[in-house]
Ligand binder design. Structure first.
Ligand SMILES: *[C@@H]1O[C@H](CO)[C@@H](O)[C@H](O)[C@H]1NC(C)=O
Ligand SMILES: *[C@@H]1O[C@H](CO)[C@@H](O)[C@H](O)[C@H]1NC(C)=O
Ligand SMILES: *[C@@H]1O[C@H](CO)[C@@H](O)[C@H](O)[C@H]1NC(C)=O
Ligand SMILES: *[C@@H]1O[C@H](CO)[C@@H](O)[C@H](O)[C@H]1NC(C)=O
Length: 462
């Protein structure tokens, strides 16, 4: 692959595309309209490249991670109905809920708990150290939440596996879901190596591992839209066709076998798409030439998440047996500066300092949609009398992730990218996260969330 854009033939990668955004005054997603054109361009082009499964330009073996910070304000899931009252009491007696989303990155000389030697499942595209990334300062930071009673302990694989023993944890979504899963596998592998027990779909899009020591299953389901859709392709439609009211059965048909689901998605909604609801076209995102109304993508993301959460709740109620816990990892911002294929597209080696970078624009809006939908699902569940079948939280990592422009593979998505000298044009991944890297923190916070849930379930003190 050279320095030319792999999507140069796509109709939207041109000036019309940009002027379309500029001239379209009535777009409802005004925040988005405020973004500079250069930024728009970066969002569309590189993501289309990096996140496309059909182009095979990026080995899907490279996972992208998402980060998470969580506020736990919802009823803890997995509580059998008869224990509900007691656990309510336990909750009230414990410390106020933690807001992991507010805090700062501080230096930490301990460094990561795994590396490319000890973890054999790191994907090519995220194996930054093995690919010759020369700096290592990005590995020596930890997230310090503002609230002093909410400090995040170092990840303890034994605790994690114990808390989900005899359970099945599924990661569902795009390559950032996969990035987070692969971070988790590396951290758990320091205790006990996972057995890969299932693999299916091209590029290992569906995989499951067992940790026999604790009878834990962890799986990943490729479903970048969560809902049903037809991906655009060179031979098929030039837009994604997304059915926002129909959940993707690739993962939903296994719901009865899952105890906990991590949903992580969003970036694929930036691509040109036509959105369907029922039998009719709801609108589209970037579809000049088609006679559809431009509706942006925030509403589509909202509907897709709502459809998914409703499907999970509905299925669980029918099954009527055990609870299910849902974690929505919030949107993980990209950090392209300038063009995606220009040397130095994300070459920072330190996190942003406090106040240096605000959460705003599309990143903020995506996160907001996710937070609101999770709140609404819990509210509805409670309104129908909470029976312990469903509970959801957000793993609110958007801010944590935003502050880590230094955590991406950049050119080290490929091995030794400068072996033949430095060139002006080079492909950069400023979306996914190096492993090890900042995304490990998402899973440290995930463990804290699961601990809370377990506390609710058993009444045990930490
Ligand atoms: C990886 O970690 C192991 C165990 O901590 C250590 O012995 C080894 O030197 C590390 N390898 C690299 C390449 O850092
Ligand atoms: C951090 O916590 C302190 C008290 O614990 C609070 O007064 C302050 O508003 C918090 N800062 C932010 C940014 O939330
Ligand atoms: C092992 O875990 C699965 C869920 O992944 C569960 O259905 C099964 O009952 C567990 N086995 C035992 C012996 O608890
Ligand atoms: C576009 O859609 C509108 C409203 O649905 C319709 O009235 C019009 O005829 C359509 N134009 C074309 C060229 O199909």
């Amino acid at each position: 692959m050279g320095a030319t854009s792999p999507f140069k033939n796509h109709h939207y990668n041109n000036h019309n595309h940009q002027s379309h955004f500029v001239t379209k005054k009535l777009i409802p997603w005004t925040l988005y309209a405020l973004l500079p054109i250069a930024l728009l361009r970066l969002y569309f082009n590189p993501l289309d490249f990096l996140l496309s499964s059909s182009d095979h330009l990026l080995p899907t073996t490279s996972p992208i991670s998402s980060s998470s910070s969580i506020s736990i304000s919802n009823p803890p899931p997995l509580i059998p109905p008869h224990q509900h009252q007691e656990s309510e009491k336990a909750r009230h007696e414990s410390a106020p809920p933690c807001d992991y989303a507010t805090g700062k990155w501080v230096q930490d000389k301990r460094g990561p708990m795994y590396n490319a030697t000890t973890c054999t499942t790191i994907k090519e595209g995220q194996n930054c150290f093995a690919h010759g990334r020369p700096d290592s300062e990005y590995l020596y930071w930890r997230w310090e939440p503002n609230q002093s009673h909410c400090q995040i302990p170092r990840f303890d694989p034994n605790t994690f596996l114990q808390l989900i023993s005899n359970k099945h944890l599924a990661f569902v979504g795009d390559s950032l879901a996969r990035n987070q899963l692969e971070s988790l596998l590396c951290m758990l592998a320091t205790l006990s190596p996972p057995n890969l027990v299932y693999t299916g779909g091209e590029d290992n899009k569906f995989r499951r591992w067992n940790f026999p020591s604790h009878n834990v299953s962890i799986s990943v389901y490729w479903s970048p839209f969560l809902v049903q859709g037809v991906e655009r392709s060179s031979s098929g439609p030039s837009h994604n066709h997304l059915f926002l009211d129909r959940v993707n059965q690739k993962w939903a048909e296994d719901l009865d076998k899952m105890d906990m689901i991590v949903l992580s998605f969003g970036h694929w909604y930036l691509n040109p798409a036509v959105f369907f609801e029922g039998d009719s076209v709801l609108g589209c995102h970037y579809c000049p030439g088609l006679n559809h109304t431009e509706i942006g993508f925030f509403d589509a993301v909202r509907k897709a998440l709502r459809t998914s959460l409703n499907a999970i709740r509905g299925r669980r109620r029918v099954a009527n047996t055990k609870g299910i816990s849902v974690v929505v990892t919030t949107f993980s911002p990209a950090h392209f500066v300038g063009e995606w294929d220009k040397n130095g597209a994300c070459s920072k080696t330190k996190p942003f300092g406090e106040g240096e970078k605000m959460l705003e624009g599309m990143d903020a809006e995506m996160r907001k949609v996710e937070v609101e939908e999770v709140e609404m699902a819990n509210k509805e569940e409670n309104g129908e009398r909470y029976l312990g079948y469903f509970g959801a939280v957000t793993l609110d990592v958007t801010k944590l992730a935003l502050m880590r422009p230094d955590g991406h593979p950049g050119p080290y998505m490929h091995p030794f990218p400068f072996a033949n000298g430095v060139s002006e044009r080079i492909q950069n991944d400023c979306v996914h996260w190096c492993l090890p890297g900042p995304i490990d923190t998402w899973n440290e916070i995930l463990l804290q969330v699961i601990k809370k849930w377990d506390l609710g379930q058993s009444g045990r003190e930490e």
